[in-house]
Design a binder for this molecule. Structure first.
Ligand code: ZN
Length: 89
């Protein structure tokens, strides 16, 4: 079965590199790729203000300072959470 877009040539018929590539050329290409990726990922986290306490929080998450999400309390901040040291079977 041959899927369209797939190369029909066997591995032996592919062209071979004529010259060895210099390390600087490879690293230059990699650095260009890195810069591109860095620019793309820069400022991707979107912070929003909590409507209750006006603190910065991650968008679409519960506020870590007051524990509310969309006006209702999700995390009980007054309740003390004990550390889980053992798991009961
Ligand atoms: Zn808040």
């Amino acid at each position: 079965m041959v899927r369209c877009g797939e190369s029909q040539l066997p591995m032996a018929k592919r062209s071979t590199p004529k010259k060895q590539q210099a390390n600087s050329q490879s690293s230059r290409r990699y650095k260009a790729f890195q810069n591109k990726a860095r620019k793309r990922l820069l400022n991707t986290t979107s912070l929003s203000k909590c409507p209750k306490c006006k603190e910065d929080k991650l968008a679409h998450t519960a506020c870590p300072t007051c524990g509310t999400y969309k006006g209702r309390s999700v995390i009980d901040k007054d309740k003390e959470v004990e550390k889980i040291t053992k798991v009961k079977a």
